[in-house]
Design a protein around this ligand. Structure first.
Ligand SMILES: Nc1nc2c(ncn2[C@@H]2O[C@H](COP(=O)(O)OP(=O)(O)OP(=O)(O)O)[C@@H](O)[C@H]2O)c(=O)[nH]1
Ligand SMILES: [Mg+2]
Length: 341
């Protein structure tokens, strides 16, 4: 019998066991060790939502918490109207599924671009993202640093495009162009139930063309595909982006099943039904298929760029150089650091 807490080690050879293969070292057991470690630590994902007021950002995040990701953990909360978001606010949920723990944090932001003059309205969002990088950096360079640095860095930012059916607005272009350089951007078409299927397909295609034309690199970025397999999977996602989503935190009974939906006179739009909208694809990308990759790119590309820039600034200050000089002793970010998977 194994000691309490220790993994059971198979006996080398026994009377009823075939002779062991002595060339076997057991490297594959590292996978089990990593799994145990990861299970103990749990997982974290920080998602930010940005977009014009009333586009359903808060609703969609409630949908995410209430959908199959965390049906159990939020059951029983009283249904109430979602208030207008007036400040940047983080909400965390601890989710546990099949013994795996996850802390999902949503950073909800107030209506973006709601002013008459929207020049530089992306700045508070950019500042928030950089502030989180700065906090992490300060913890990291601390001599007496924590074993596990609390991670409040924004791993990805869901940008809500209004369902106009025409094209991106200059504001959308400006935001995504600037922010895609510091954070993973996942664009979505908000309130997709207001578009017909043809309008939706046309709008999605148009947005993809515009993103290409303006060289806006949204997640999953082509240049960070690791290999051919990666490229194949991500290419399919890139052909689907932006996801046309519908949000709701209300449950309805349809054909004997309880589901999240929007009830209209003409029927109920089921938010998790892929024939109705693409919410499930978004959730699967964020949680089921690409969560680790999103975090890797956030950390090894976006945070790394910030870190290098800040350390260079510090160096220059220490050497009494102005930022106009670019001495050869500068630390340079890797030309294209590949995310560690
Ligand atoms: N038709 C439709 N309405 C939606 C959808 N999602 C949310 N709504 C409704 O739109 C209204 C605004 O939703 P919120 O989630 O508060 O929007 P918000 O983007 O968080 O708004 P601010 O906090 O003001 O920035 C609510 O009445 C929602 O019920 C959707 O997918 N389709
Ligand atoms: Mg809101």
């Amino acid at each position: 019998m194994a000691e309490a807490g220790l993994p059971e080690v198979p006996p080398l050879a026994g009377p009823d066991k075939p002779t062991m293969d002595f060339s076997y070292v057991g490297i594959d057991a590292i996978l089990e060790q990593m799994r145990r470690k990861a299970m103990k630590q749990g997982f974290e994902l920080n998602i930010m939502v940005v977009g014009q007021s009333g586009l359903g950002k808060s609703t969609l995040m409630n949908t995410l918490f209430k959908s199959k990701v965390s049906r159990k953990s939020v059951m029983g909360t009283p249904e109430e109207r979602i208030p207008k978001t007036i400040e940047i606010k983080s909400i965390s949920h601890d989710i546990e599924e099949k013994g795996v723990r996850m802390k999902l944090t949503v950073i909800d932001t107030p209506g973006f671009g709601d002013q008459i003059n929207n020049e530089n309205c992306w700045q508070p969002i950019m500042k928030f993202i950089n502030d989180q990088y700065e906090q992490y950096l300060q913890e990291e360079i601390n001599i007496d640093r924590k074993k596990r640095i609390p991670d409040s860095r924004v791993h990805c930012c869901i940008y809500f495009i209004p369902p106009t059916g025409h094209c991106l607005r200059p504001l959308d272009v400006e935001f995504m162009r600037r922010l895609s350089k510091v954070v993973n951007i996942v664009p979505v078409i908000a309130k997709a139930d207001t578009l017909t299927l043809e309008e939706r397909d046309f709008f999605k295609k148009k947005i993809r063309e515009e993103l290409r034309a303006y060289s806006i690199d949204v997640y999953p970025q082509k240049e960070f595909d690791e290999d051919a397999e990666d490229r194949l999977i991500n290419e399919k996602i890139r052909e689907m982006i932006p996801f046309a989503v519908v949000g709701s935190d209300q449950e309805y009974q349809v054909n004997g099943r309880r589901l999240l939906g929007r009830k209209t006179k003409w029927g109920t739009i089921e938010v998790e039904n892929i024939t109705h909208c693409e919410f499930a694809y978004l959730r699967d990308l964020l949680i089921r298929t690409h969560m680790q990759n999103i975090k890797d790119i956030a950390s090894s590309i976006h945070y790394e760029m910030y870190r290098v820039r800040r350390l260079n600034e510090n160096n220059m200050q220490a050497n009494g150089l102005s930022s106009f000089h670019t001495p050869s002793t500068l630390i340079h970010p890797h030309p294209r650091p590949s995310p560690s998977l």
